[in-house]
Design a protein around this ligand. Structure first.
Ligand SMILES: [Zn+2]
Length: 395
């Protein structure tokens, strides 16, 4: 039986040493652009033996070229990222570059262009029907704008690949589902006027929480009105509330929209252990999400692209994406975490809070729960009032 899932191997991406240089020159490690994070994430499915399974085919990650990047990004912005990346230094702070989150470092352009080429390949691999599903752990750079870096993202692989898909398939429809804990602002902007890309973002929304957009009232404009969906979640939202809103909002919109292609940005930073965010999701919720996404895709056109995103506890992020891979490819997880992987984590001074593939289910406490519930109910009613009628969904 041929492999049905393609997974992109970051071998060449990991051979570059710009992030090592960045670490040596920075007072504190960058939460995203650091070697332990990439190595720990990639090596979990490899050391688990899953990447050798016949259901999974490995393909190499690939850098996007300038022409591909310019499908979405501004040429002068691309040239600046390339120039600064060649010298490893910024001449001035332009385009959101040279900040704490988006530092200028050696080979920055290449590091940013690899996820884009790879996500383009992922879309082509599933739409040309070589595979049912394609996964790239190191894509999902959903904050990058047309000519601006933000939130660790320089080039937006989601926007570039989906713009390309739209050019190649003018009448087809894509569902962009973003479950990263941060609002998918860059991708939303790219398709705000386009009814052929339905963007749905579930994210934490609170005072001071990046990027401060993604209110339920942001619903798209022009012919794209009703095709941008935002589900803002208060801090401490738990599995139960998360699942309630998924079933109340995402599932009916998905079923009525009937997308040709499903593109899922699954940041791992909604997990309870994430140091940069405040939701309380557990590994089981990610498994359930993957199972549900897979089922809905198989009821429809059977084309699924999955990219990673945020996730700043490398051990949790590695587990989450390995769990997603296991569900999508139908390859069992090993009963215990591989010893050599646990050793790898130790060598990077990363401590394992809990062995295995699950964690305790959590509920937000009784004081917070009514407030959380109310905030989520408010968002659901805005969406049901403003968006559901456009899709002909009766409420
Ligand atoms: Zn994020």
């Amino acid at each position: 039986m041929p492999a049905k899932t393609v997974l992109y191997d970051p071998k060449e991406f990991l051979l570059m040493d710009g992030i090592d240089e960045l670490e040596r020159s920075s007072p504190t490690p960058n939460p995203f652009w650091n070697r332990p994070r990439f190595e720990v994430i990639w090596n979990l499915p490899v050391m688990s033996g899953m990447t050798k399974h016949e259901n999974i085919k490995l393909e190499a990650m690939r850098m996007a070229d300038r022409d591909e990047l310019s499908i979405y990004h501004d040429r002068s912005y691309i040239e600046t990222v390339e120039l600064f990346g060649n010298t490893g230094a910024a001449f001035s702070s332009r385009f959101g570059l040279d900040t704490e989150e988006c530092p200028v470092f050696q080979d920055m352009h290449k590091y940013a262009a690899y996820p884009v080429g790879t996500t383009i390949d992922a879309v082509l691999d599933v739409t040309e029907e070589q595979f049912t599903s394609a996964l790239s752990f190191f894509g999902g750079m959903h904050h990058a704008m047309e000519s601006r870096a933000a939130g660790f993202c320089y080039y937006n692989d989601c926007a570039v690949a989906l713009k390309m898909y739209r050019q190649m398939n003018p009448t087809k429809k894509c569902l962009y589902l973003d479950t990263d804990v941060h609002h998918g602002d860059g991708t939303q902007n790219a398709f705000y006027l386009d009814p052929n890309v339905l963007t749905i973002s579930l994210h934490e929304y609170s005072m001071g929480f990046f990027p401060q957009t993604g209110r339920a009232e942001e619903i798209g404009a022009g012919s794209g009105k009703g095709y941008t969906v935002n589900i803002p979640l208060p801090p401490l939202t738990d599995d139960f509330e998360y699942w309630r809103v998924f079933e109340d909002v995402v599932v009916p919109l998905w079923k009525s929209y009937k997308p040709d292609l499903v593109f899922w940005e699954v940041g791992a930073d909604g997990h309870i252990g994430d140091p940069l965010a405040d939701l309380m999701l557990t590994f089981d919720t990610y498994a359930r999400l993957a199972k549900t996404v897979n089922q809905l895709v198989h009821l429809g056109n059977k084309q699924l692209v999955i990219v990673g995103g945020g996730g700043y506890n490398p051990i949790s992020a590695a587990k989450i994406w390995t769990i997603v891979l296991s569900e999508i490819a139908g390859v069992a997880l090993p009963p215990t975490l591989p010893d050599d992987w646990v050793e790898l984590c130790r060598s990077f001074n990363l401590t394992m809070e809990r062995d295995g593939w699950t964690d305790r289910p959590t509920r937000s406490d009784d004081d917070h729960q009514p407030k959380i519930r109310r905030a989520i109910d408010d968002a659901i009613s805005v969406i049901k009032e403003k968006i559901f009628p456009i899709h002909g969904i009766a409420e």
